[in-house]
Design a protein around this ligand. Sequence first.
Ligand SMILES: [Zn+2]
Length: 252
Amino acid sequence: MKARSYVDVLHRIQGVTARDRSWLVSEIALLSYPPDRYPLVALRRPGEEGVPRLSLSAGMHGDEVAGVEALLRFLESDLPRCFASIPLIVLPCQNPFGYEHHSRFNGCGLDLNRQFDKPDTPAQESLPLKRFLLQHRPDLVVECHEDSDADGFYLWEIKRPGRPEIGRAIVDRIAASRPITAASAIEGCFVTDGVAHPTAERIGRIGGWSHTYLLFQNGASHCLTPETPSARPFDERVDMHLISVRTALERV
Ligand SMILES: [Zn+2]
């Protein structure tokens, strides 16, 4: 039983690229889950040379759908044109099978966000995603997630010394109209007013490298993982992700 249609996502992406020819779309894999097949789609826009590259991604966990909707609305909005100089890569839905079946996992029951340090992972999504990300090497990363246990918005932030605290700016904006988590610790890591600071030790504990940890280990200077509280209304969570994306664009 499917919860939603990935074909709708593909149609919306086609609509975006038909209207704005600056987007380059590639099918980085054709995923096979008989009887279904899913083109895994990535977009990029060159922007201006010398400007740091921003990566936007969502849908790694298929039941965390607000980020997918937020990135589609971002692509359909004027925002990409307002920030035309910024080179962008966008992965709107990294786990199409999970998206359709409302599952955290891929079609083989694997958590894709734990596979990025495993060269022989059986997850057919992982190596194409890794290849695309390492080919385009973003400087700044926004990887949208949701948390069904959270009492409000929070985000994970890892960054090189000297980088400005984008995470704090995002939380402050969202806090103006939306709930922020009251937690002072999440998954054993410190949280300061909605900004969670992952430790290297956590990577071992959760069982593998995430999308953001892969990129941070490969030159990204700043990685943000917004986590929206699944219990809140859908449009509110989508807005939280869009605020995160817009704030990152303003601070590239
Ligand atoms: Zn997640």
